[in-house]
Design a protein around this ligand. Structure first.
Ligand code: UD1
Length: 336
């Protein structure tokens, strides 16, 4: 039996594939390579000694997906495939609704046809919207402020409705906080197209000289030093949460949303200072106006993951930043 990993050549997908291969799981990756390349597969092979099965296909293409299910014995799906840039989602919302929502519906339909009713979904802390006060708990009301966030929320609603309609489905929606870091080998890591939007890829590209300076979006928030506070989580810990979630699918029924964070908050300037300390490289920055849509503080209550998945983050901020820096300094231009 194999696990189907949609979006398995991307940042979180490739790290999860490594951990699955390390535990001798058979995997089948489906990816349309819209925002990734097969070079990550070469690196995964280098790390694990195993070349994962890869099929270039789009989850929206039901015939291609039917072929995947007919040619492979799939027991469960980990569904990473999707578009993920908040700013871009406001420019091309239909692409986001098509890929993330219609694509997921198509995938679920093909899964249902094949009687595969186990899925772990990549959700996001973005579903908590801007009105809840951290620590964020799974029972809090959800909302979204941009098309990207709407797609995550819509898919969660679809998954809850699906699980209610048919008790054979077992679904876990993992709400990721801010994934950073890289595999300790420095062979795989985050490789955004164009100028990064997220903090760590931006800081690391400043560190290697690809970008001149960091804009710190606001220093007048009500936080430890006025800059935004987030719950950064090591991508390998996040990957390991998926392995625990797949195991839990056979125990948990219905659809369960679970936070994946550390429960700790770190400010932008704390990140910058830690990055300087670990890399020994200066990170020039300037304080700029707040970024629209940002909130002061976001961090998780991470207890449910421990209770239901027996999972806890194990890698601290030093490891997150050291591993980010190893990846970026060994691969200043990503996989190119
Ligand atoms: C963002 C998305 C969120 C998504 C997540 C994925 C927004 C509003 N939210 O979260 O929906 O799920 O990425 O990881 O985009 N910062 C700077 N300068 C920069 C970049 C960021 O100061 O160049 C600050 C931000 O203001 C924030 C912190 O760094 O305080 C983290 O930002 P970012 O990495 O973009 O993540 P989020 O905004 O938390």
């Amino acid at each position: 039996m194999s696990l189907l990993i949609t979006g398995g050549t991307g940042y979180i997908g490739s790290h999860t594939v490594v951990e699955l291969l390390n535990t001798n799981q058979d995997v089948v990756i489906v990816d349309n390579l819209a925002n990734s390349s097969t070079k990550s597969l070469d690196r995964v092979e280098k790390i694990t000694g195993i070349r994962p099965v890869f099929i270039e296909a789009d989850i929206c293409d039901k015939d291609a997906m039917r072929k995947v299910f007919s040619e492979h014995d799939i027991s469960a799906v980990i569904h990473f495939a999707g578009l993920k840039a908040v700013g871009e989602s406001t420019q091309i919302p239909l692409s986001y609704y098509h890929n993330n929502v219609s694509g997921t519906v198509a995938l679920l339909e093909v899964m249902g046809e094949n009687n595969v009713k186990n899925i772990v979904f990549s959700s996001s802390a973005t579903v908590y919207g801007e009105n809840n006060i951290s620590p964020l708990v799974e029972t809090m009301p959800t909302s979204a402020t941009n098309p990207y966030g709407q797609t995550k929320l819509m898919v969660e609603h679809i998954l809850f409705d699906l699980a209610k309609s048919d008790p054979e489905w077992s679904i876990i929606s993992l709400r990721y906080f801010n994934p950073i870091g890289a595999h300790k080998s420095g062979l795989i890591g985050e490789n955004p197209n164009g100028i990064p939007n997220n903090l760590l890829p931006f800081v690391s590209q400043v560190a290697v000289g690809r970008l001149p300076e960091l804009n710190v979006w606001g220093d007048d928030y009500d936080t430890v030093d006025g800059t935004g506070v987030r719950d950064y989580i090591h991508v390998v810990d996040l990957a390991l949460a998926h392995l625990k979630a797949v195991n839990a699918l056979s125990i948990l029924s219905g659809c369960t949303a679970i936070n994946i964070g550390t429960g700790n908050g770190t400010s932008v300037l704390e990140i910058v200072n830690k990055f300087k300390e670990i890399s020994g490289v200066d990170i020039p920055y300037k304080i700029s106006p707040r970024r629209p849509g940002d909130i002061a503080t976001v961090f998780a209550k991470a207890d449910l993951a421990e209770e239901l998945l027996d999972w806890q983050a194990e890698r601290d901020l030093n490891a997150m930043i050291a591993d980010t820096w190893r990846w970026q300094s060994q691969n200043p231009n990503g996989f190119e």
